[in-house]
Design a binder for this molecule. Structure first.
Ligand code: NAD
Length: 367
């Protein structure tokens, strides 16, 4: 049996710094749990532009299509802000998502007890929170045609088109139902069926798919009400399935329920490959954080939690993902904090590498 393959694209800014700690965790699993990966590394974003003049080389794209999972750090930075749109660092990321056809974006909003005070909501509303938002990622208003800015009667008109086929809605819905089956078996679908035809179709298709998942309790909610409910009583949700635009906004809203950007992982999944594993890319939600790059201040937890998602969703190693998440929970409960996690009471922050050290020690202690 060959080892599962991972392609690491650390990217720009703090991407390489946080990814160093993920590499230590990957090595730990190989040494201590006999869970070995074939790891290769390549460039993306500004780092790829500096070397190749493009934010993602064709060879890197081809490699991403072959591996079992891609782990991405972050892209972008001030040095690249004035580049032409076609070669901006973010284009590398979008090319990966598009060509790998990663249509289901999984954004967990999970509140670690030790950080419940960090939320903008009352502690009791978020303690123990564990929501999964599934956002359709490859269609909808960000891609629909026609689009553009044109002149009409001497006025500029901006146009974007919300467009979904039933196949696009259905495949994301199946991903969301499958997740719900592994969790609390509750799925809330969010759209605006009251004012949008695409929302009516969305609701119809999700309802049709639900016939194949009789154990899952399905509910529907208008997305604006969903936003209100997320900040009023977020623990009512288990899995939320929504479109590209609403998902963009609702997942950021849910994310902030849990505190720092440095804590938020994500997964983007596509269709199954020949070996049954889904095409997959795992990445922290945060960007390249140029303001703290190179200072040892970055919190590596979002990137490490993204690897935990890879263990669970690509490699069927749910128990090992639980072990890694429990190790992170433990170091936070013990008071380990990078700068972004310092509360008003202050204290001394630890560095990126020190956070890696204590997480590895907690993993050792879990054996
Ligand atoms: P950002 O996420 O990089 O940073 C926002 C703030 O959060 C900063 O103050 C930063 O220091 C802090 N922060 C982020 N991650 C952190 C971590 N792990 N530990 C501690 N603090 C952390 O967003 P931004 O400043 O708006 O964007 C910076 C660059 O990143 C831009 O070029 C932007 O285009 C790019 N970006 C990339 C991605 C991505 O790669 N997926 C996502 C968002 C932004």
């Amino acid at each position: 049996m060959t080892n599962p393959s991972l392609l690491i694209l650390a990217g720009d800014g703090i991407g390489p710094e946080v990814m160093e700690q993920v590499k230590r965790v990957i090595t730990w699993y190989g040494d201590k749990r006999d869970l070995k990966f074939d790891v290769s590394e390549d460039l993306v974003g500004g780092a790829a532009y500096d070397k190749h003049g493009v934010p993602l080389h064709d060879d890197t794209m081809a490699r991403a299509q072959e591996v079992d999972a891609v782990l991405l750090g972050a892209v972008g930075g001030p040095a690249y802000d004035d580049l032409d749109f076609s070669v901006k660092p973010e284009r590398g990321l979008l090319r990966l998502r598009k060509e790998m056809d990663l249509f289901a974006n999984l954004r967990p909003a999970q509140c670690f007890d030790a950080l419940a005070d960090f939320s903008s909501l009352k502690q009791e509303l978020v303690a123990g929170l564990d929501i999964m938002i599934v956002r359709e990622l490859t269609s909808g208003v960000y891609f629909g045609e026609p689009r553009g800015i044109h002149m009409e009667d001497n006025l500029r008109v901006g146009v974007n088109t919300q467009r979904y086929t039933e196949a696009e809605i259905e495949r994301g819905a199946r991903a969301a139902f499958e997740l719900a089956m592994k969790r609390d078996k509750k799925l809330c679908s969010m759209e605006k069926a009251n004012v949008m035809e695409s929302g009516i179709l969305w609701r119809d298709v999700v309802t049709e798919v639900s016939a194949d998942y009789p154990e899952v309790e399905l509910s529907h909610m208008y997305a604006d009400n969903g936003a209100m409910q997320l900040v009023r009583a977020p623990k009512q949700f288990d899995v939320i399935y929504t479109d590209n635009l609403f998902g963009d906004i609702l997942s950021d809203c849910a994310a902030m329920l849990t505190g720092s950007l440095g804590m938020l992982p994500s997964a983007s999944l596509g269709l199954p490959m020949a070996n049954g594993r889904p095409k997959a890319m795992y990445e922290p939600v945060h960007g390249s954080a140029p303001d703290i790059t190179g200072q040892g201040k970055a919190n590596p937890i979002a990137c490490i939690l993204s690897f935990a998602m890879a263990l669970r969703y690509s490699f069927d190693e749910g128990a090992e993902a639980d072990r890694l998440e429990a190790a992170i929970e433990k170091v936070l409960a013990d008071g380990a904090r990078t700068g972004d996690l310092m509360g008003p009471e202050g204290g001394t922050p630890i560095s990126t590498v020190e956070m890696g050290d204590v997480i590895l020690a907690a993993l050792d202690a879990s054996l």
